[in-house]
Design a protein around this ligand. Structure first.
Ligand code: GUN
Length: 296
């Protein structure tokens, strides 16, 4: 139907990056270059792509970055050893350990070992605790922060709105629900979290003014699950078989976009919706980390 109901994540991310470029120039005039370390363990194809995109945007903004690629067989204590070195490195203001980690490594142990001041991913328990408390001195996880920013900058009010979040993961669903339920600007919503044990998910979805799909099931949200005029945010990145593609597969979201777009009031394209915002929020957290570490 109309192309005008698209929420252009790429354009909004570019606007945020332009704002950050000014803050980075200001830091550089004081002799400070923001620095960010990426850590990737193993050869997960999606993680390679994500880290590659984050490196590219860092370079475009003049943020120093370095990437540490460790083999799949890396032990937890070897990974903790690297993180300890990165924590102590004054050149680095932010550290990002790309998820997912190999099964033998405990994510909670790893994310607790990143210095909270350098935790630009917002995965450390201290920063997640601050998020629950509504304490703005912490770092927020990038994907939920990017979704809130998309809503705010598109002029979609969450005030008193019913937001239904599909998915309760630690990276998106749980923190997003906590953020949008806060008594704060760009929040103040009534939030429902749905997950694999939810009965009659469709009935919940149909009550949503804003429906966020972060459930990891390809094309899960169909047209008959969306209230006409609702805002639909698709966080999903799912690889599915596709005989027509040379690679034999393609990426699809958690929303059946072609079916849902005509019904939605506004909707994120996928790609080009949430993904670029996650990266913009990572850059923003890194710039803030550099600014606050510079005054210590
Ligand atoms: N994997 C998927 N999303 C993210 C993210 O925001 N940060 C990290 N570190 N890994 C991820």
């Amino acid at each position: 139907m109309q192309a005008t109901n698209l929420i252009d994540g790429r354009a909004i991310a570019a606007q945020i990056q332009a704002e950050l470029a000014q803050r980075i120039a200001e830091l550089k005039s004081r002799g400070i270059q923001p620095g960010l370390a990426f850590v990737r363990v193993g050869e997960d194809p999606a993680s390679k792509v994500y880290v590659g995109r984050k490196e590219k945007v860092s370079a475009e903004l003049g943020i120093y970055s370095e990437t540490h690629v460790l083999p799949e067989t890396t032990t937890e204590s070897e990974l903790l050893g690297l993180i300890a070195k990165l924590n102590a490195d004054k050149r680095l203001h932010g550290i990002l350990v790309q998820a997912p980690l190999p099964a033998h490594i405990r994510p909670a142990v790893v994310y607790s070992s990143v210095s909270p001041e350098k935790d630009v991913d917002g995965f450390h328990p201290l920063n997640l605790g601050k998020l629950m408390l509504g304490d703005p001195t912490g770092f927020e996880p990038c994907t939920p922060a990017g979704i809130r920013e998309l809503l705010v900058r598109t002029g979609i009010s969450t005030e008193g709105a019913h937001v239904v979040v599909l998915g309760r993961g630690n990276i998106v669903g749980k923190p997003l629900a906590a953020m949008l339920a806060q008594k704060a600007r760009g929040a103040n919503a009534t939030v429902t979290i749905c997950h694999s044990a939810t009965r009659d998910i469709k009935a919940h979805c149909l009550r949503a003014d804003i429906l966020v799909a972060a459930i990891g099931v390809p094309l899960f949200v169909k047209a008959d699950m969306v209230k006409p005029g609702a805002v639909v945010i698709d966080v999903g990145v799912n690889r599915v078989p596709d005989q027509t593609s040379p690679s034999g597969s393609k990426l699809v979201g958690d929303v059946d976009f072609a079916a849902v777009q005509p019904i939605a009031g506004k909707i994120t394209p996928n790609p080009g919706g949430v993904g670029p915002m996650t990266i913009a929020m990572l850059m923003r957290n890194t710039v803030r980390a550099a600014e606050s570490q510079a005054v210590q």
